[in-house]
Design a protein around this ligand. Structure first.
Ligand code: CP
Length: 365
């Protein structure tokens, strides 16, 4: 079923969320090339997702293709998550991540138990995260966790026997955000899937942010390295003297991708094809806006077909007047996260056999 039918079946014709401003590349752009490889997706069954480092390129591609098929297909009526309970345990603030995970579950007929704030748990009485992890085992089938502390995930996992998704741990990582980021990029430029890409089709990727202290940017950079055949150069624009830290710098060096670190946005912005922006960092115990000198707005000297990504929330680094332009890929990035997260739930909980046979012929029913 194509997306128009999906919208019609969901009664979305009058109030259509897909019609927000900005670019909306067709998810079927990603489906033209090859079949989805179920064997690769099944590598996720029963696994936890902690870091972008767990993914290789073929797994990212299969997740993105599967997410594209879910975006283009009506599957709610086949109820693939019936009988499954997902625990969303958010010990730190979130708009998009918690709601998109929960939307993904509910649209697949799963059920949710949610912790919207850590203070609503035994943490308020001094309970340890490892004890809370032990409790999760009895209450659900999969846990999605966000926390201010970088070490929180390993503490919860000490006693946890369910699969877990790291939905952001302090200044650590946010791996499913990176999947949503690359899902948006590949829908926009599906040619980046290829192994051999002509130099003129490669992208110059700009990162206005500090990967070493921003979890979304950290995971995005780690995942971007997998797409090195499609990247001509990475320019990191930061006010920090060392925005990467030794481990990320070493990884980027070894990738063979040409890269530069600069604090002069004007020196690079007119050459960038993809600009990833973020300013809010969680530094130990508080949020801080970094890189306040760098701002994108309608006057910025961007290539006509350059696209902007932002994990959001934004401050004044990204002018809302850009929302109505074709530089805006960030709303598609946020909306598409629901389908990426649906793909992860179906794969991690191995509910492929519940999908409608006609739309998913690659599955043995
Ligand atoms: N992208 C992201 O993590 O947004 P939230 O903080 O709103 O979840």
């Amino acid at each position: 079923m194509v997306i128009e039918q999906f919208k019609a079946s969901a009664n979305m014709l009058d109030e259509d969320p897909f019609d927000s401003t900005g670019l909306h590349p067709d998810p079927t752009n990603l489906l033209a090339q090859e079949h989805i490889d179920l064997g690769i997706l099944k590598r996720l069954t029963g696994q936890s997702i902690i870091s972008a480092d767990q993914f290789d390129k073929e797994l990212v591609l299969e997740i993105c293709k599967f997410a594209a098929l879910l975006e283009a297909t009506e599957i709610a009526s086949s109820r693939p998550l019936t009988g499954k309970i997902v625990i969303t345990a958010f010990f730190e603030a979130s708009t998009r991540t918690r709601l998109s995970f929960e939307s993904a579950v509910l649209r697949l007929d799963g059920k949710i138990i949610s912790i919207p704030t850590g203070q609503s748990t035994g943490v308020a009485k001094g309970e340890s995260l490892s004890d809370i992890g032990e409790m999760f085992n009895a209450y659900g089938d999969l846990v999605v966790v966000r926390h201010t502390d970088t070490h929180s995930i390993e503490e919860i996992m000490q006693n946890l026997r369910l699969p877990l998704i790291n939905a952001g741990n302090g200044s650590g990582e946010h791996p499913t955000q990176a999947l949503a980021d690359w899902f948006a990029i590949l829908k926009w430029k599906p040619g980046l899937i290829k192994e051999h890409i002509k130099p003129r089709d490669q992208i110059h990727l700009g990162i206005l942010g500090t990967p070493g202290s921003m979890r979304a940017v950290n995971s995005f950079l780690r995942m971007s390295i997998l797409f090195q055949s499609g990247i001509r150069k990475i320019s990191i624009v930061s006010e920090m003297a060392d925005p990467l830290g030794p481990e990320l710098a070493d990884r980027l060096e070894k990738s063979g991708i040409a890269f530069e670190i600069t604090n002069d946005i004007h020196a690079v912005q007119s050459d960038l094809d993809v600009i990833y922006v973020n300013s809010i960092a969680f530094l130990g115990d508080h949020y801080e806006s970094l890189n306040s000198r760098f701002k994108l707005n309608k006057e910025s000297d961007l290539k006509p077909d350059a696209v902007v990504l932002h994990p959001l929330a934004r401050l004044d680094e990204l002018d809302p007047l850009l929302d109505e332009t074709h530089h805006n890929l960030y709303f598609t990035q946020a909306h598409g996260a629901v389908f990426v997260r649906q793909a992860l739930f179906i794969a991690m909980l191995n509910r492929f056999d519940r999908l409608p046979k006609k739309a998913f012929p690659f599955i043995n029913h």
